[in-house]
Structure formats: C-alpha cells, structure tokens
Ligand binder design. Structure first.
Ligand SMILES: C[S@@+](CC[C@H](N)C(=O)[O-])C[C@H]1O[C@@H](n2cnc3c(N)ncnc32)[C@H](O)[C@@H]1O
Length: 193
C-alpha cells in the first residue's frame, strides 16, 4: 500500500469502486455512514441532492432492494438508473413545482466547483446549503433525517447551527472513504422536530 496518507481515505476506494461496479468511490462514504447510523430503509421516499454520477443512488437501490422511491437532482446529466426519478437542474434554480412529495430522508453530497479561494468557496457552499435548508423545511417529514456534505469552517458552522435548532440529534461524520487531507465532512441531523 502507498505511504501517501491520502491513499487510505481516497484512492483505495477508487480502485474498489471499479471492482464493485459503483460509479464513484462516493458509494463507500454512504455505505460507511449507513452502517453506523442505519438511515436507509425500504419504503422510504428519499431525495439525493447532487446525485451524479449516481453511486449513492446505486447504494440506495441496493440497500432498499429497489423498494424505495428515489429522486435525484443534479446540474449534470446522469446515465440512466432504472426506477428512479432524476431532475437535471441547477439546485439554485429549483422551483416548488419540481418536487411534489414529502421525503423521509434527504441526502446531499453537493459541493460547488472549488476555486481554492477559501472565502468564495465557503460563500458558494453556504448558498447551496440555504437551498437545501429551504427544501428540508418544506419537504422533509417530521422525524425524518438529513445528511449533508459541508466543509470544516464556516459552512460546517452554518449547517450545524441550523441542524441544532431543527433536529433532535446532530452528528459530525468523516467517513473512511473521505480523503483525510480534505476539509469535507458530513453532518447528520436525525429526527426533524
Ligand atoms: C461529489 S458529487 C456527488 C457524487 C454522488 N453522491 C455520487 O455518489 O455519485 C457532487 C455533485 O454535485 C453537483 N452539483 C454541484 N453544484 C450543483 C448545483 N448548483 N446544482 C445541482 N447539482 C450541483 C455536481 O454536478 C456533482 O455531480
């Protein structure tokens, strides 16, 4: 194994995803999170924000044995996955009429294109989080859960502040498949109040 410390948190899972037939190594992030927190269940309505290329949707279908209603949103096209609803839309332009049901679980792996300029990247992430929060307030059922990517720093603080006020439990998660060197982490809000 490489001595590069990033290897354990990233490249190992790139190889594994090819072997296991997942569209990206992000699949393992969701699998690892779910193994501990047991979020994904059959018969749920699930929204996946920033879903392309689709590995979280592959995991959702696998873990629910196809018995969940799954909606994905991404600005990019996504190769077809049977039995799911895909909206190719910019999240910043999503309209109420685009979503016409409530969700038991909302997942978000969305991130803006990173410029490397800290303050710009944080502002762009917070802009996306504001739309996510709007969707959670409107479309996540009471008692439902919200898992969202953010970055250590102001977007983390912002999302944590929102979740603390609106969920019974808030948990920070850094899955093994997330590069150690990346500020990326996930916040899980369990049981919307
Ligand atoms: C890390 S990838 C998600 C990977 C996905 N979870 C998977 O398992 O395949 C982040 C996604 O967010 C999407 N994204 C970024 N900004 C967006 C926006 N404004 N509206 C919709 N999608 C956006 C990107 O196109 C990208 O596909």
């Amino acid at each position: 194994m490489s001595k590069n410390p990033n290897y354990t948190g990233g490249e190992r899972f790139n190889k594994l995803s090819k072997k296991d037939g997942y569209r990206s190594r992000a699949a393992y992030k969701l699998k690892q999170i779910n193994k501990v927190h047991n979020l994904i269940k059959q018969n749920q309505n699930i929204l996946d924000i920033g879903c392309a290329p689709g590995s979280w949707i592959q995991v959702l279908k696998e873990l629910t044995k196809g018995k969940a209603s799954i909606t994905g949103i991404d600005i990019l096209p996504m190769a077809k996955i049977e039995g799911i609803t895909f909206l190719q839309k910019d999240l910043l332009e999503i309209k109420d009429e685009d979503l016409n049901q409530l969700f038991d679980l909302v997942l978000s792996d969305i991130a803006p294109n990173l410029s490397g300029i800290g303050i710009t990247d944080s502002e762009n992430m917070i802009e996306l989080l504001n739309i996510e929060i709007y969707l959670i307030n409107k479309y996540l059922v009471k008692g439902g859960s919200f898992l969202a990517k953010c970055f250590q720093g102001s977007s983390f603080d912002y999302l944590k502040g929102y979740m603390k006020k609106n969920f019974k439990e808030v948990i920070r998660i850094k899955p093994e498949a997330s590069r150690i060197s990346s500020k990326e982490c996930y916040l899980l809000g369990k049981f919307k109040e």
